[in-house]
Design a protein around this ligand. Structure first.
Ligand code: PRX
Length: 634
């Protein structure tokens, strides 16, 4: 099996790993108390976990101190961040000392603008160093960061700003994307103009990524650079209780409204540090490249917090995998001697298509650990990545986790857990997955079922912003006594987990979570649409693609398709653009009026039979009608 051929020496061997699993299971309190010592606490926690007060109650700490200050004596001159611009000749390097100074300056700017502990600060930036710096600057003064993905539409931004109550936004004039310029500031302006009465934003700070001019409202907008230059290079950190929110991150679920997942400070940071060290076999001198945007949880935990907590070096790349030519990512690995490369199956599928010759042109011998996240990876993509990028020499970690879990939950551990291509393998020490059947009964041994987690873990989200009840209803009530992940999984005879995908109405497009209800709510804003259903179907490149069925109101216009597509991209974002939109006379519904998604999925996949008993439908004939519509070329 692959792991036996790794020539590297890893931190853990199978015996050490088994000992960790044993200790975590036998004495969880002691285990997590020891793990909490990986952080620097202003006041040590009184206990590990408390039902009401979350993880490490009584503890006080500061996240930026843990990521930066504590390394200054030992690694002040070591690289903390390497930023590779899209232009190959443009690289910025920040040592722990210089990053500390930049974060302090930014934190002082935020304080000068009136931001205090507990306030929300939105960060809406392309992949430039200021994103990471702004996150740590918020953490330094106890403000809660809310990173907004650059691909969100003004509507999506406006909703998130309103829900979070952010007072200040940091954006850029533009982002670079190949030859294109992405209008960050203009998109934010449009978001701020949509429903100003719902927003608390009174300050916008603008990073000048290029010298492109953008409109500025003098009473609200300021360029960031002059403020940073004036700010003091030192900033007294605000120590926060362990359970104080460190950040909110919006993600999609089964309800239409995106949820602001709240992560705390102490528990989250322990989890980020623990999982980064264990799963990526973190060692001194590693260059860690996580290709995820900081707008997603992967970018938070492994693009920023995990590696910096552990004194590592983060690589941040501004550009795209294949611009200006195929092989660009490989040249970044070669030039910066990346040791640990963490990416998504979607990206791998796209890169595979460029052919093996491209990757062979580069020297990727610095790589030691390869990782994937976000969606199930096929055996074919696993093998290609392992053989052609990793040269068969690297550990391969297919990591399963989610925004709510804070960090990795199920994954191989290099040197310790034998890999099986396309399996997330085993839970990390201290993680206890269970598989349940539809009645909530636990399935033992080799089985398939709904994936739930027993007990808590330090990285678990605290709540949903503004809606503690929704957190309970979504995660804790569906299967009492367990945390419900929303995923299905199979466990094989070796106890290995194989994630089968979402069991709720969440669609995973290129590793991005999109709720069916989110798309249907967007379509409901188009007045010519009476009702709709969005479902996910398998897609070669994206993992899943979106198919939408819309039922028109009377006298629907001819351009209904275009209107429907526009409603989705303007409400949600371009990343949610559907593959196909079918205008249909009705949806298959039960007599109680519920759309039967299972049928919609089968029909969209081109199936024409095997639909089972249709007699429970209000109108069984609609199935034939839909099949006919779908099979008629547009
Ligand atoms: O369905 C699972 C899938 O991504 C979902 C979580 O999405 P998000 O919160 O956006 O976080 C993505 C990055 C952590 C999960 O519920 N997923 C994540 N990792 C894997 C995966 N599916 C299969 N294999 C994985 N390794």
């Amino acid at each position: 099996m692959p792991s036996s051929s790794h020539p590297h020496s890893f931190r853990l061997n199978p015996a050490d790993y088994s000992a960790l699993v044993g200790r975590a299971a036998a004495e969880p309190n002691l285990y997590w108390a020891c793990e909490s010592e990986r952080l620097l606490w202003k006041t040590a926690p009184l206990q590990t976990q408390c039902e009401e007060k979350g993880w490490f109650p009584g503890g006080m700490l500061n996240a930026s101190v843990n990521c930066l200050d504590r390394h200054l004596d030992t690694r002040g001159d070591q690289k903390a961040l390497i930023w590779q611009a899209e232009d190959a000749g443009h690289v910025l390097t920040f040592t722990y000392k210089t990053l500390h100074e930049r974060v302090c300056r930014m934190a002082n700017v935020l304080r000068d603008q009136g931001i205090q502990a507990g306030d929300r600060v939105a960060i809406h930036l392309p992949s430039v160093p200021e994103g990471l710096i702004a996150m740590l600057a918020c953490a330094r003064i106890g403000a809660i960061h809310v990173v907004l993905f650059g691909g969100f539409s003004p509507e999506a931004i406006s909703d998130r700003l309103a829900d979070s109550g952010a007072a200040l936004v940091i954006t850029a004039n533009v982002g670079r994307r190949g030859p294109k310029r992405i209008p960050f500031k203009a998109t934010l302006d449009a978001a701020l103009d949509l429903r100003p009465e719902t927003l608390a934003v009174n300050t916008v700070l603008v990073v000048s990524v290029t010298d492109d001019e953008v409109g500025m409202k003098p009473e609200r907008d300021s360029w960031l650079t002059p403020l940073l230059e004036k700010a003091a290079p030192d900033c007294v950190p605000q120590h926060m209780p362990s359970s104080a929110p460190l950040f909110l991150l919006y993600t999609s679920g089964s309800t239409g409204k995106p949820k602001g997942i709240v992560h705390g400070t102490g528990g989250y940071l322990v989890w980020a540090s623990y999982t980064h060290e264990l799963v990526f076999d973190h060692q001194d001198g590693d260059i860690f490249w996580c290709t995820a945007d900081i707008g997603w949880i992967t970018g938070h935990t492994y693009g920023v917090y995990g590696p910096l907590l552990n004194g590592g070096t983060v690589l941040l790349f501004e550009g795209m995998p294949s611009y200006p030519e195929p092989g660009r990512w490989w040249s970044v690995i070669q030039d910066h001697k990346v040791t640990t490369f963490y990416t998504s199956p979607t990206a791998i599928r796209a890169l595979m298509r460029e052919g093996d010759a491209v990757v062979q042109r580069y020297d990727l011998s610095s790589l030691r650990v390869l990782g994937t996240v976000g969606e199930p990876i096929s055996q074919e993509a696993w093998s290609w990545f392992n053989d052609h990028v990793g040269g068969g020499r690297c550990a391969f970690v297919d990591t399963w986790w989610q925004t709510e879990s804070g960090g990795i939950m199920i994954s191989p551990v290099p040197g310790a857990v034998r890999e099986k291509p396309a399996s997330a393998t085993l839970p990390l020490p201290g993680v206890h997955p269970v598989l349940l059947d539809e009645r909530g009964v636990t399935r033992e041994g080799a089985a398939e079922g709904v994936l739930c987690l027993k007990g808590s873990w330090p990285g678990r989200a605290l709540s949903i912003w503004n809606d503690d009840g929704l957190f309970e209803r979504t995660y804790l009530q569906p299967y009492p006594g367990y945390y419900f992940t929303g995923d299905g999984a199979r466990r094989d005879e070796d106890g290995y987990y194989w994630i089968t995908g979402r069991v709720d109405d969440v669609i995973n497009v290129s590793g991005h979570r999109i709720g069916s209800a989110e798309i249907e709510d967007a379509l409901a804003t188009e007045l010519t649409i009476a009702e709709s259903a969005a479902i996910g179907i398998p897609h070669d490149l994206k993992g899943q693609g979106i198919v939408v069925y819309v039922v028109a109101r009377d006298n629907a216009p001819d351009d209904l398709h275009i209107r429907a597509a526009k409603a989705i991209t303007s409400k949600v974002g371009r990343y949610a653009a559907p593959e196909r939109i079918h205008v249909v006379p009705d949806l298959p519904k039960t007599r109680s009026g519920k759309s039967v998604r299972r049928l919609l999925r089968k029909i969209a996949c081109g199936e024409t039979e095997g639909f089972g008993d249709l007699s429970t439908l209000a109108d069984p004939e609609i199935v034939e009608t839909l099949i006919r519509i779908i099979q008629t070329p547009a």
